[in-house]
Design a protein around this ligand. Structure first.
Ligand code: FNR
Length: 183
């Protein structure tokens, strides 16, 4: 059977992002069970209809990555009870048809959503907004299980390194469920 390809989209572009570390941990747990790649999108410009066609090279590159993937896994921080603007900007680009004959690339793609935040809610409010957006774009969302890890400081060391304790088993469950969901 062909190995499934999962693209991870992390909604934080900071170097020591907890969500990036969570994504890497998911990738480690997936191991050889699927291909797992972090989407690099810091070079994608602000969306602007004036530069939409022809698409900038960076946009073509991320679109191709998403198009070729079997599934997308979002790792979503919470900013002010919503998801970060960098993620909305990327999704706005991905939501647009490539051309008159080629639809947008998110349609029908299986998606998982996870996140870790400093607050008590674990970023679930941001996740709900994200789910609402990607469901509008006809992604095929795995609604259960989702993973929202609150109080991140309880599972990080003094350097901000993520050391999953209580949440590790939940991430393991989500990995297992998503691998089943996407076959
Ligand atoms: C936050 N943070 C935050 N946390 C939370 O639980 N709920 C919230 O609404 C917010 N709002 C918020 C706004 C802004 C502008 C920032 C910069 C931060 C804290 C947030 O959870 C924390 O900074 C995380 O570490 C961000 O994720 P990454 O970058 O570590 O992946």
């Amino acid at each position: 059977m062909k190995k499934q390809k999962i693209i991870a989209i992390v909604g934080s572009i900071r170097q020591n992002s907890l969500n990036l570390q969570l994504a890497k941990e998911a990738g480690r747990l997936i191991g050889e069970q699927a291909d797992f790649e972090l989407l690099e999108f810091t070079d994608v410009p602000f969306f602007n209809q004036d530069i939409e066609y022809p698409a900038p090279d960076s946009v073509t590159r991320v679109r191709n990555k998403v198009k070729e993937a079997d599934a997308i896994w979002f790792f979503c921080p919470e900013y002010n009870h919503s998801f970060p603007g960098v993620l909305k900007n990327l999704i706005d680009w991905l939501s647009r048809p490539i051309s008159e004959n080629e639809p947008q690339v998110l349609k029908g793609k299986p998606a998982a959503v996870s996140g870790i935040s400093l607050g008590m809610s674990g970023g679930v409010v941001a996740q709900d907004s994200l789910v609402s957006l990607i469901s509008m774009l006809n992604m095929k969302i795995m609604n259960q299980p989702r993973l929202s890890i609150p109080n991140a400081w309880q599972q990080t060391d003094t350097d901000g390194k993520l050391i999953l304790t209580d949440s590790l088993s939940h991430l393991e469950k989500q990995v297992k469920a998503f691998l089943c969901f996407i076959v």
